[in-house]
Design a protein around this ligand. Structure first.
Ligand code: DGP
Length: 115
């Protein structure tokens, strides 16, 4: 897979505002936040899109989700609520081709389904 901006961030070659990291993933604030809190949860493993996941990535995807929910709880907005999003490819609005989970919260969010 081609190197992306997120690989450079993971390798600390370009700066980012990290909020969490462990052996499997990193989390840092989105450069263009769409909510009061907008954090990206990114596996260290370079997987381009959701379409490239394999069954062996199932645990990794679970860890991304759990890291995001743990962060929302730590930051105190889990009960109020939040949104998690994986964009996939062009029609899904994906711009960085290294799988990542968006966590948006910290206040009421517009544009949800059914609104
Ligand atoms: P997506 O559209 O789902 O591929 O989301 C990519 C997000 O990555 C987008 O919300 C903006 C963010 N982003 C792009 N470049 C950088 C960067 O250099 N640093 C940080 N912190 N975020 C970035």
């Amino acid at each position: 897979m081609a190197d992306t901006i997120f690989d450079k961030i993971i390798r600390r070659e370009i700066p980012a505002d990290f909020v969490y990291e462990d052996a499997d993933l990193v989390a840092f604030r989105d450069l263009h936040p769409q909510a009061p809190v907008h954090v990206l949860f990114v596996p260290r493993k370079p997987i381009a899109t959701l379409n490239d996941l394999t069954p062996e990535d199932a645990l990794l995807v679970g860890k991304l989700v759990l890291a995001a929910t743990a962060y929302a709880k730590r930051e105190g907005f889990a009960e109020a609520g939040y949104r998690t999003v994986f964009n996939c490819n062009h029609d899904g609005g994906q711009t960085v081709f290294h799988v990542h989970l968006h966590l948006l919260g910290g206040g009421p969010l517009r544009g949800g389904f059914g609104q």
